[in-house]
Design a protein around this ligand. Structure first.
Ligand code: UDP
Ligand code: MG
Length: 238
C-alpha cells in the first residue's frame, strides 16, 4: 500500500523537543492517516539529539533517521528529506514544536485542490526583533520576486510529492519553497496555523544570518524567475 504522508523534519540540536514532538505526531495521525513515515534529518547535532533519534528509530518502524556528517543547514536537510520521502503528501516541519502537529490535519484537505499548502502564523509567538525582521524579509522577498506569499517562513507546509521532487535547492532556498513551486507550475494556497514560543533549545538564526543572506537569496530567486526556461513543441516527428 502506498504511504500516504511523509513528514520531513530537520533537526539541529533539539534534544529536549524530540520525544514530545514524536509523541504529538503519533497522537495526531493515529486513526486519521492510513500510513505515514517520519523522516528526521539530523543536521550535525552535537547535543545528544542524534542518540535520541536513533533510539526513536529503533522503537518505531515508521521513524527514519538520517545523520549528516556535519551541520549543512536547514535547506540541505529539507533537500535530503524530500529526496527520501515516499508519501503521496509531504509535510515540511520544524522540530522545535513552534507549530502544532495537529494543524497537519487542517492542511491535508486543501491538497485536493492545491499542490502546496503553506501555513501562515496567524499569531506569531517570537521576539519582536524576529517578528519585525521577518516582516521586512517577507516584504523585500515579495517585492523582488513579485510574490504575494504572506509567511513563507512558516514552519509548517504541505506539498504533493511531485512538488518536492521538482525542487533543485540551494542553501537558503527553503525560505522560497512556495515561489519555487509556482515557478515549476504548481498551485499554492495559504492557511492560518497556530504558533507557539520555543519552550526548549534555542533559535539557530539571528538578524545577521537571516536578513542579508535572505536579500541575496531573493535576488537569486528573481534571477531564476527571469531566466526560467519555457518551451512548447509545435509538432513532433519521431
Ligand atoms: N535547523 C537545522 N539546521 C540548521 C538550523 C536549523 O536543521 O542549521 C532546524 C532546527 O533544528 C529546527 C528548524 O531547522 O527544527 C528551524 O530552526 P529554528 O527553530 O532555529 O529557526 P526559527 O524558528 O528560530 O526561525
Ligand atoms: Mg523555530
Amino acid at each position: 500500500m502506498p504511504t500516504e504522508l511523509s513528514l520531513v523534519i530537520p533537526v539541529y540540536n533539539e534534544k529536549d523537543n524530540l520525544a514530545l514532538l514524536t509523541e504529538k505526531i503519533f497522537a495526531v495521525l493515529k486513526g486519521k492517516v492510513d500510513s505515514f513515515e517520519i523522516i528526521y534529518i539530523d543536521d550535525g547535532s552535537t547535543d545528544g539529539s542524534s542518540e535520541i533519534l536513533n533510539e526513536l528509530a529503533s522503537r518505531f518502524e515508521v521513524i527514519k533517521v538520517y545523520h549528516f556528517t556535519q551541520n549543512n543547514g536547514q535547506t540541505a536537510a529539507f533537500s535530503a528529506g524530500f529526496a527520501k520521502a515516499v508519501g503521496k503528501l509531504v509535510i515540511a516541519m520544524d522540530a522545535d514544536l513552534q507549530v502544532d502537529p495537529a494543524d497537519i490535519l487542517k492542511l491535508i484537505p486543501y491538497s485536493k485542490d492545491y499542490d502546496v499548502v503553506c501555513g501562515i502564523r496567524a499569531k506569531r509567538e517570537d521576539s519582536w526583533v524576529k517578528k519585525i525582521s521577518s516582516k521586512i524579509g517577507n516584504g523585500v522577498r515579495n517585492w523582488l520576486t513579485h510574490e504575494s506569499i504572506s509567511d513563507t517562513g512558516c514552519p509548517l507546509k504541505l506539498f504533493k510529492n511531485e512538488v518536492v521532487k521538482s525542487f533543485y535547492l540551494f542553501e537558503g532556498m527553503h525560505r522560497f519553497l512556495p515561489t519555487l513551486a509556482k515557478m515549476n507550475g504548481f498551485t499554492v494556497i495559504e492557511v492560518p496555523v497556530a504558533h507557539y514560543p520555543r519552550q526548549h533549545g534555542y533559535s539557530k538564526y539571528g538578524i545577521g544570518n537571516r536578513m542579508w543572506k535572505g536579500l541575496k537569496d531573493a535576488l537569486a530567486v528573481r534571477w531564476m524567475q527571469q531566466r526560467k526556461i519555457s518551451y512548447m513543441f509545435k509538432s513532433e516527428n519521431k
